[in-house]
Design a protein around this ligand. Sequence first.
Ligand SMILES: Nc1ncnc2c1ncn2[C@@H]1O[C@H](COP(=O)(O)OP(=O)(O)OP(=O)(O)O)[C@@H](O)[C@H]1O
Ligand SMILES: [Mg+2]
Length: 360
Amino acid sequence: MITLENIRKDFPGKTGAITALDGINLSIARGEIFGIIGSSGAGKSTLVRLINLLERPTGGEVIVDGEPVTSFKGQPLRDLRRKIGMVFQHFNLLSARTVFGNVAYPLELTGEYGRIEIAAKVETLLARVGLKDHAQKYPRQLSGGQKQRVGIARALACEPDVLLCDEATSALDPQTTGSVLELLQQINRDLGVTIVLITHEMDIVRRTCDRVAVLDHGRVVESGPVTQVFLHPQHEATLKLVREAEPDGGLLGNIAAVGASGRTVRLTFLGETARKPLLGRIARENGADYQILAGRVGNIRDTPYAQFTVSLSGTDVAGAIAGLRSGGVTVEVHGDDVVEHSSVTPLPALQRGGGLRHVV
Ligand SMILES: Nc1ncnc2c1ncn2[C@@H]1O[C@H](COP(=O)(O)OP(=O)(O)OP(=O)(O)O)[C@@H](O)[C@H]1O
Ligand SMILES: [Mg+2]
């Protein structure tokens, strides 16, 4: 649906050009929810604004639906922007217009629809986002979550193929964030709209996205299916975003150094494997003990996962590791060929599907 080819974006600065994006190559498939994550200033907003040409790239090509659009102007540009809806962090609603008026606005701008047609469309949109009883309210009378629902309805008004969401939930509390993310997933499922979700929170990517690209200092440093990037982060920037909560940045070497006497291993259970009582059984069968040093359990979208860093000791540690692997567990062993931190080659932007890189 969207391809960015070797994109560069410079902004003029006082002491020369500021490079916001450098050598970006990305491909976003039709119908997926694609996350772009990175810390503040990484270039996320600049990247997303290039997709609908709110910004022009300094170099490279933006391709939407198979068509190079970088030099679009006039009517083709207006048509392109209709295909691409945008949702903003601070909602950007018109305060003097009602909810109805805000959602009707982009339809009025097209000049293609009569009053009755617009009313019918707005009614459908408001029902979709759960606001049909609020049509006559003004933005100031709405909660943050309700305002964002208006923003989403407005972005959907012209039946776009793509929805760009720049920090769409960053101004909302956790519960409201959850309901807005669910709404976006429902829109993706029901309407097949491709969604590009910009965020600085890995948790949002974990709950919502199919694939993710990690942006750092204007470059894509890692990308792939969320299951892979979230469970097996390779680049330092990703590690910071993913393993913040774990001791010592979640690095096996650091965890092992904190006094565990056995073999330090990270075990990843994904999908069906996460539902089985494997660890206790295999430890028993091999006369092994395990001490849990770090861990997390949850879902990546609908796929359950569990990931523990444990210290294995006892009679047959090698047997336990082999048993876990044959049970479908990914085992990374400290001291083996585990690639972590710095000196990392980024994943190719287009890598898709299963294929964990560091199953050791
Ligand atoms: N219009 C502009 N003029 C000059 N520099 C800009 C402009 N827009 C962005 N930049 C610079 O480009 C870099 C990337 O900015 P961008 O807003 O894309 O980051 P971001 O990842 O969205 O950050 P945040 O998470 O804080 O929103 C920053 O260094 C920023 O100062
Ligand atoms: Mg931003």
